[in-house]
Design a protein around this ligand. Structure first.
Ligand code: HEM
Length: 520
């Protein structure tokens, strides 16, 4: 049986006593809970931990296996929590997008304990969430129109300069990519970027990465939140505190230098909103701003740079000699097509607008979509919570149960993808290969709208899907085309072949790998 990863290897008799005492309490709590998911088919649940001990970090793979035995809607128990996992498109659509669908989110215990949920865009519900979401969507819309392309051109230039300094020697390219992407989010949230050799910036990012890797969406501490205060999560606690301190520092500086005539970034926009609502900036303002900025900065940086890291890895994978000839041919086609596409377009237009990146680089865009489908940056999306009992495919979902959409399962479902395990960007192109076509089974950003439904940015149609989809896609397409135009990437001869199996934390990221970026 696979075992769950409990953070750190620390253990002591004292902790064991605390755990046993807490478990007895939980057992009593569990016994008194009325509705459960026991009527929904699923694997056998054990006392106290439920199914938690049978799930390793790659919960999406375990859930997919279970769905083959128990059906696509499965009921499990993680600690005291009733959880329903939806493993097919139909049940996910019915549960998340039909009228009266599940909009609320639960509060993962570790995140609530570390950051509180007050003002959170990710974890708050009801009117407060709606207010924040509308506000952030409006800000992102203007940011994209007015500032994004200039910023991306500048930052991708800086990234290329940094990579070029290595003269084709083997490097961990994920670090520079992470810094470039983070700088886009820094500009969005804080109104400024950092130099790549800034020690504070480097330590902020390594803390943030460690934070993201130290827990996953199904980590036991989310369901048994008292564990946050035990030595099991001391590392997570320290990382969370130092991240919050950094954000607090930025907010204080913004309050000191605030000028309503010159709204520099998202923090300033929040301060302006508070003033317009006749709220003098106070402790509540700080809490609201802090929580929303934490959400935007953390979720934007980790996911987008992971997607770019996967993109580079895929670009290097299939060119290796030991691959079958057909695959080598296929990947050369991918690389050559992207490079030709990017070269042609950049030769004609020195500075592209964002719109023209999408219009003139369909093959590059299709490749990015295929990376998002095949690699799955966020394989289980973010959990939702049932706020009123509802029935899907004949199964009653109890009030307050958590619901996970297994996006990984949908992205690998043979019903929608001919050859789901193959990496084949063409599946997202029209026959004449000039237009990008999406699929309703393509949902890396969750549910609510897809990339080509451009009108819904400011409407309720957005439901609860990712607010950063356009920022993420624009960042990936500009940075990827720029570095593909400047370098040929290959795995160093002395290194083992990198694995395409991801490591799951808050995102599913590639295992560390090095590349030689040879200037073209
Ligand atoms: C490749 C990059 C990204 C991926 C794969 C991704 C994926 C997701 C997914 C799956 C969800 C859950 C949606 C649902 O429940 O249906 C989500 C929500 C969210 N994402 Fe992203 N995301 C990415 C980039 C970004 C960026 C760049 C930002 C910020 C600028 C961002 C901010 C958020 C926020 C705030 C939410 C919560 C929205 C809400 O609950 O109302 N994401 N994302």
């Amino acid at each position: 049986m696979e075992t769950i990863v409990l953070v750190g290897s620390w253990f002591s008799p004292g902790l064991l006593v605390i755990l046993i005492a807490a478990c007895v309490c939980l057992l009593c709590m569990n016994a008194s809970k009325g509705s459960t998911t026991t009527h929904i088919p699923g694997p056998k649940r054990w006392p106290i931990f439920g199914n938690a001990l049978s799930i390793d970090r790659n919960a999406h793979v375990t859930f997919t296996k279970w769905a083959k035995t128990y059906g696509s809607v499965i009921g499990v128990k993680l600690g005291p929590m009733n959880v329903v996992v939806l493993n097919d498109l139909q049940s996910i659509e019915s549960a998340f997008t039909k009228s009266g669908g599940i909009l609320n989110r639960p509060a993962p215990g570790l995140l609530k304990a570390a950051f509180s949920n007050d003002g959170s865009l990710l974890w708050e519900n009801g009117e407060k969430w709606k207010e924040t979401r509308k506000f952030v969507l409006r800000f992102l819309h203007d940011f994209k129109q007015q500032k994004l392309i200039k910023l991306l051109n500048f930052e991708s230039g800086k990234l290329c300069d940094l990579i070029r300094q290595h003269n084709g020697a083997a490097i961990d390219v994920c670090q520079p990519i992470n810094m470039a992407v983070s700088n886009v989010l820094c500009a969005l949230c804080f109104g400024h970027r950092f130099e790549y050799d800034d020690d504070n910036f480097r330590s902020l990012l390594s803390n943030l990465q460690a934070l993201g890797k130290s827990v996953s969406g199904t980590t036991i501490g989310h369901f048994l939140p008292f564990l946050y205060y035990t030595p099991l999560y001391s590392n997570f606690r320290n990382l969370a505190t130092s991240f919050t301190d950094f954000i607090d520092g930025e907010i204080s500086q913004h309050i000191e230098s605030y000028d309503p005539i010159n709204v520099r970034d998202l923090i300033d926009a929040f301060l302006t909103d508070e003033v317009e609502l006749d709220r003098v900036p106070n402790k509540r303002t700080e809490t609201r701003v802090r929580r929303a900025i934490i959400d935007m900065f953390a979720s934007g940086t980790d996911t987008t740079s992971t997607a770019l890291e996967w993109s580079i890895l895929y670009m290097t994978q299939y060119t290796e000699q030991q691959k079958a000839v057909s695959e080598i041919f296929q990947t050369f086609v991918i690389l050559i097509t992207i490079k030709r596409e990017v070269d042609d377009v950049t030769r004609q237009h020195q500075l592209l607008t964002l719109q023209s990146y999408y219009e003139k680089l369909p093959y590059t865009q299709a490749t990015i979509m295929e990376v998002l489908r095949h690699a799955n940056v966020s394989p289980l999306g973010l959990p939702r919570k049932v706020s009123k009992p509802m029935s899907i495919q004949g199964h009653l979902f109890p009030h307050d149960s958590w619901v996970f959409a297994n996006l990984w399962a949908v992205h690998h479902d043979e019903q929608y993808w001919n050859d789901p395990t193959n990496f084949r960007p063409e599946r997202f192109l029209s026959v004449e290969k000039k237009t990008v076509i999406s699929s309703k089974a393509f949902m890396p950003f969750g549910l609510g709208r897809n990339l080509h439904n451009t009108n819904c940015e400011l409407t309720d149609l957005c439901k609860r899907c990712c607010v950063g989809e356009k920022i993420a896609m624009s960042t990936i397409i500009v940075i990827l085309s720029k570095i593909m135009q400047e370098f040929n990437f290959k795995i160093p001869e002395e290194d083992p072949k990198p694995s395409l199996v991801g490591i799951n934390g808050l995102t599913l990221s590639p295992a560390p790998f090095r590349v030689c970026a040879v200037p073209r």
